[in-house]
Design a protein around this ligand. Structure first.
Ligand code: CO
Length: 297
């Protein structure tokens, strides 16, 4: 065999190899994925049907603001997901929702936390989202939008919105208002006393307390007695008026806020409305989501 023949044979085998395995960068596997953006809204969840309308409201507002971007939901509370499953309603955890989105070829996902503060629930969500980013055959980029009350600007903006939209117009200036936040052992609990301070600078009769953190109901009661309040509006500082609002805040048990304050001679007017039912508050969350989506531009 001459050198010339060897060359031809090599060229021929290369050609056959090329035909069998296909050109490297054509349609099929191995090429650059088409961009597919998605939104994942994440909340603790609720199993109370009346509270669900707060989520429906934020879902509708998000669809209107981000048309063409598919919106999915995830509930972080396993107990709530299992309870809903027994009633025939399937809800996903953040991991399940992200795995499903990866399987459906989403390439860029903005995960928006619908939590009130960046506490433990938020940080766990952040970890989960980052664990799902950049996996083979998975989602290329995942950005997590911050919760409602994170920066000082968020708090200042929330206070203005709350005075206009969250506190009922029927409240008279001499009547007190106490917001009930969840509260946590997480360092982010500091948001609650910070918010209390910002409210007090604009209206000394508006207080912020928590169920499980600082300040608790004892301090709220102490402050209400100091200002000689005879009536207080109780408002949940949570996305939905769920179990905590209905029981810990407004329930008939002796340890509820309503019962404890009534016992101290202060009449209570509970407001069973979630923050996600208020347009101006939803706008803060959606601005955070828009910020997350901007990373994909
Ligand atoms: Co709780």
């Amino acid at each position: 065999m001459t050198k010339h023949h060897l060359f031809l044979l090599t060229a021929l085998s290369l050609l056959i190899t090329g035909l069998v395995f296909g050109p490297p960068a054509s349609a099929g596997h191995g090429h650059k994925k088409q961009i597919k953006k998605g939104i994942l809204l994440v909340t603790f969840g609720t199993s109370i049907p009346e509270a669900q309308k707060a989520f429906d409201n934020i879902d509708a507002a998000a669809k209107k603001r981000f048309p063409g971007v598919e919106i999915r939901w995830a509930f972080t509370a396993k107990m709530i997901r299992h309870k809903l499953a027994k009633q025939g309603r399937i809800t996903l955890s953040p991991s399940e929702a992200l795995a499903k989105m990866a399987d459906e070829n989403f390439t860029h996902v903005a995960v928006q936390s619908l939590h009130a503060i960046p506490g433990q629930e938020f940080h766990q969500l952040y970890q989960i989202a980052h664990a799902f980013e950049g996996l083979p055959k998975g989602i290329q980029k995942i950005i997590v939008g911050r919760p409602l009350l994170t920066t000082s600007e968020d708090l200042l903006r929330f206070v203005e919105v709350a005075k206009k939209e969250v506190i009922p117009t029927g409240r008279k200036p001499e009547e007190a208002v106490a917001f009930m936040g969840h509260g946590t052992h997480h360092p982010a609990n500091t948001v609650y006393p910070a918010l209390n301070y910002i409210f007090s600078r604009t209206d000394r009769k508006i207080l912020v307390g928590t169920v499980e953190g600082y300040p608790g109901i004892d301090l709220v009661k102490e402050d209400l007695l100091k200002m000689q309040a005879t009536k207080v509006w109780l408002i949940p500082l949570m996305s939905v008026a769920g179990d905590h609002a209905r029981n810990d805040m407004a329930g008939p048990e002796p340890d509820s806020w309503k019962s404890q304050l009534a016992k101290a001679g202060i009449s209570c007017q509970p407001v069973l409305k979630g923050l996600a039912e208020c347009t101006g508050v939803v706008e803060i969350w959606l601005d955070h989501l828009a910020g997350a989506l901007n990373h994909f531009k």
